[in-house]
Design a protein around this ligand. Structure first.
Ligand SMILES: NC(=O)c1ccc[n+]([C@@H]2O[C@H](COP(=O)([O-])OP(=O)(O)OC[C@H]3O[C@@H](n4cnc5c(N)ncnc54)[C@H](O)[C@@H]3O)[C@@H](O)[C@H]2O)c1
Length: 293
């Protein structure tokens, strides 16, 4: 997709961080916007800022982990604008700790948002985007994974699993769309640490999945590590949005934002192919490596 003006973008997690910047950049390029977030005040803030700037934008409070809410979002997008060209399955949350200490509720929450949120976006939007694509309409889908979709740092097991799954899902989507002879583009966004609200994800944890026991030592360590790594990130969310829109224009599938960390990805694949033990995921960034307790 090269031309954005007059076209329609859907962004989940639009209240903060990357999602908010995708929405701002979409507006700057003349797109109509359908914005979703679980956090009403954050969503309203983004909507107010964009409408003041003259955007044609609608907003919907959506928990992407709930299929029927994402279906409603799609229904509303098509009812309001008649089309969706660019879909950002971006909403996400982070949780950590030693994997044997994470509870069922931790897994359900993080996988529900990070993985099932993307699954629901694909399920409810892609058939309608495909139908339009057969009539010549362009389309592109960006799924936000993470460099944690290619690396497996300790104390981040639940998040790593969710993001590896998003990479697998998006690669499969790419092949499925080719099989269906579609020209809809796909990208998987894989940033390293960027200052956003991600280290404070618990703010949007639903009551039914609320933590049912105290944080363990490892969970507190993971939280501190995540806060330190995210806040020390030097790239801004706006720069990530710029890189992402450039990738959409260039039809680039893998969207890496931090080139230096790719050395760790290469080391991981080298170790896999050499049948060695997993390589050090922090080789390129020892500053954020947790110390053994
Ligand atoms: N910031 C980073 O360092 C980083 C790095 C790699 C990947 N990511 C990924 O980027 C994406 C965006 O995160 P961010 O960094 O902008 O964080 P953020 O917290 O600033 O934004 C995430 C948004 O998602 C919303 N959200 C949370 N749960 C939701 C749900 N169930 N339904 C709908 N919306 C929900 C939040 O309210 C928030 O507005 C996530 O998928 C995250 O995993 C972030």
């Amino acid at each position: 997709m090269k031309d954005f003006a007059g076209r329609v973008a859907v962004v989940t997690g639009a209240g903060s961080g990357f999602g908010r910047e995708f929405a701002k950049m979409g507006h700057a390029l003349g797109m109509k916007l359908v914005l979703a977030d679980i956090q009403r005040d954050a969503l309203d803030d983004t909507l107010a800022e964009l409408r003041t700037a003259g955007a044609q934008a609608i907003g919907e409070v959506v928990d992407v982990a709930k299929s029927e809410q994402v279906r409603h979002l799609a229904d509303r997008a098509y009812a309001e604008f008649g089309a969706v060209h660019l879909l950002f399955n971006n909403a996400g949350v982070a949780g950590g700790g030693l994997v044997w200490e994470n509870t069922d509720k931790d897994w359900h929450w993080v996988l529900g948002v990070n993985l099932m949120g993307v699954v629901h976006g694909i399920h409810h939007f892609v058939p309608r985007m495909l139908e339009a694509n057969r009539r010549g309409e362009p389309g592109h889908i960006v799924n936000t994974a993470s460099i944690a979709g290619f690396l497996c740092p300790p104390l981040m097991g639940v998040y790593n699993v969710s993001k590896h799954a998003v990479v697998a899902l998006t690669e499969t989507l790419y092949h499925d769309l080719a099989l269906a002879k579609s020209t809809i583009g796909t990208s998987v966004l894989c940033p390293a640490f960027v200052p956003t609200g991600i280290a404070a994800s618990e703010r949007n944890r639903p009551a039914e999945l609320a933590r049912d026991r105290e944080l363990t030592v490892s969970m507190r360590l993971a939280q501190a590590q995540s806060e330190k790594a995210v806040s020390s990130g030097r790239m801004s969310a706006a720069e990530v949005a710029q890189i992402t829109f450039d990738a959409i224009r260039a039809e680039r599938f893998y969207v890496f934002t931090h080139d230096k960390i790719l050395a760790a990805v290469e080391a991981r694949f080298d170790a896999v192919l050499a049948r060695q033990a997993p390589a050090d995921p922090f080789a390129s960034n020892p500053r954020v490596k947790p110390t053994p307790t």
